[in-house]
Ligand binder design. Sequence first.
Ligand SMILES: Nc1ncnc2c1ncn2[C@@H]1O[C@H](COP(=O)(O)OP(=O)(O)O)[C@@H](O)[C@H]1O
Ligand SMILES: [Mg+2]
Length: 376
Amino acid sequence: MITFENVVKQYPNGFRAVDGLSLEVAPGEICVFIGPSGCGKTTTMRMVNRLISVSSGRILVEGRDNRDIPAEELRRKIGYAIQQIGLFPHMTIYENVAVVPHLLGWEESRIRSQVDRLLELVGLDPDEQRDKYPRQLSGGQQQRVGVARALGADPPIMLMDEPFGAIDPITREVLQDEFLQIQKEISKTIIFVTHDIDEAIKMGDRIAILREGRIVQFDTPDTILAHPKNNFVRDFVGADRALKRLGLVRINEVMDTDPPMVAYEAKIEEARNIIQKRKLRSAFVVDRDGRLRGWVDKEAAERETSLTEAMAEVPYSDIAVRQNATVRDALSAMVTRSFRITPVVDSKGKLVGSISLRSLQELVERDDSEASEVSP
Ligand SMILES: Nc1ncnc2c1ncn2[C@@H]1O[C@H](COP(=O)(O)OP(=O)(O)O)[C@@H](O)[C@H]1O
Ligand SMILES: [Mg+2]
């Protein structure tokens, strides 16, 4: 979809900001560019939509040299969102989002429905927001308008240069989640620039790590975390990469799907048996629909005469993790509640598995041993 072939950008003062970069961005993927400040991320991106010219090499957009594509067509094909948002302060939200469709000469009625659709897509109520001015919106809302504007003419390609960089961390996470949700629907081909490794890991299908105008490693987040190519990448992703990697694994990929469970109506002996047979310290208690009602631990099961007396009855949301959460979430839940085994539930609270501290340890250790087979 976007191909960089040996691309060089040399500025008039002789400085090579981009130095022989080759890379292919596949259709529908989010390709993240990351690297230290000044490594050439913005320059590389701006050469795609020709805001900056290429010194040598070439960039193909949908198979065509981008120098052969008329400027207007490039504008239509490529949406551009930047950190400073760049909303026009004297234009309404409507006018801001409508900029590119206007340039392209769309009919007013078509623009109107497109703007409403885009505002809804980014989580803004069109009726409430369209006639406001940027300063009347919060930073997070303005950023959403920036994304809506970049999507203005429904381009197949998006360039996003630190789009959430100026936003507070909590709002940034919300925007990241929302954007990933939107991307599931719209499947754009995206180059996403960031200097935040956590953002890169979360947003990227693949990550290109840049240094001094060159690519050091281009791989999936998981591969980069598990197999950093050299010390530069290793330092860049940080010492806690094993932990970060846990953030990529879903609980249902690694959980034990046969959790120790006993029915709420069962006799206490049944709980004792399960705990003894499986050499556990506790078992989970479920109702008729398989929903988690609480747990019973070994001492209580041996001491009490009925399960209802022995068990701790608690809302499942207090003790369980969702199966589609990440293993990192499970770990933090275990640490906060000091559980050795945490129950895993589906969206309705049905017990579908369990995950133990030991299995997480094994996962981390396995990653570590894989990752240490790395050349310096
Ligand atoms: N017009 C210019 N002339 C000379 N050097 C430039 C010019 N524009 C940018 N640079 C340099 O090119 C390098 C890459 O810049 P940039 O692509 O903006 O980096 P990044 O986005 O990765 O922080 C930087 O060292 C910057 O100082
Ligand atoms: Mg930059």
